[in-house]
Design a protein around this ligand. Structure first.
Ligand code: ARG
Ligand code: ZN
Ligand code: CA
Length: 254
């Protein structure tokens, strides 16, 4: 694919306190990060270790707040909903349903639904392609969304949404989701085999699973490091996202 594909986004701000009713500037700051990260236009791309610089990919994906709503009406692409739910749990998906204190998904074949809310025990979570349309999209904790307002260090780099939208495009965790073992795979050829998740801000190189000398690609968006320590997708990951776009998410193609 050579053309950029733009994904229309609806942001559901589901708030229990005034603070959680995040401002437009914070929403815009998140969209800006997405449009950098998925185009390899992020200012920290230069920190990718030399050995992997050629692998860093422009995924040719951009994101824009929807301007037309589900019934063709003009929209800001932001839905604001006050809730009596103090904190949503990732299991249960209540945030995605009006009748459970959340906000109903917009048609998942035309919009990427992003819910921003008070979320229990997680920075975010995502639904992979192929799941039920009513719950399709990503959920992000309001303190891990965007780069301003309520965004809080070390998750104020907008990378939680980058990571979760990676999942929405079918990317797996880079360590293969097998705990710390070496048998799991992310089904991407050009990411090194890696034991478990990395956290914090590791020093390069950090090895596991016989992957010396370069070690883990912990600076990948699909690891668990802090926002400031992640700054790349690989070409293989971009291909996998492309396959999702050609397959289960093809309704987003022009
Ligand atoms: N699903 C992960 C969690 O809830 C998100 C990790 C995002 N990492 C980040 N640096 N923002 O913990
Ligand atoms: Zn994840
Ligand atoms: Ca592994």
């Amino acid at each position: 694919r050579e053309e950029v594909v733009t994904i229309p986004v609806v942001v559901h701000v589901v708030y229990n306190t005034d603070e959680q009713n995040i401002g437009q500037e914070q929403i815009d700051s998140q969209l800006k990060i997405l449009n950098e990260d998925f185009r390899r236009a992020n200012p920290d791309a230069g920190q990718v270790p030399e050995v992997w610089r050629d692998l860093a990919a422009d995924a040719l994906l951009e994101f824009a707040l929807a301007t037309t709503g589900p019934d063709g009406e003009p929209t800001s692409g932001v839905v604001r909903k006050e809730t009596s739910v103090a904190e949503f749990s990732p299991d249960g998906d209540a945030v995605k349903f009006n009748d459970r204190g959340g906000s109903n998904a917009w048609p998942a074949d035309r919009y990427l639904n992003v819910w921003v809310c008070p979320l229990k025990d997680a920075l975010g979570y995502a639904q992979f392609p192929g799941g039920p349309p009513e719950t399709d999209g990503v959920v992000i904790l309001y303190t891990a969304f965007g780069t301003t307002g309520t965004a809080t260090a070390p998750y104020n780099g907008g990378r939680t949404a980058t990571h979760e939208i990676g999942h929405w495009f079918n990317l797996r965790h880079i360590w293969g989701d097998d705990g710390t073992g070496c048998a799991g795979s992310d089904f991407v050829e050009d990411t090194p085999n890696q034991g478990g998740a990395n956290r914090g801000t590791p020093d390069f190189p950090k090895t596991s699973c016989d992957n010396a000398p370069n070690g883990d690609m912990f600076m990948n968006y699909m690891d668990y490091v802090e926002d400031a320590a992640m700054f790349m997708f690989t070409k293989g990951q971009a291909e996998r996202m492309d396959a999702a776009l050609a397959g289960p998410r093809s309704s987003f193609l022009p």
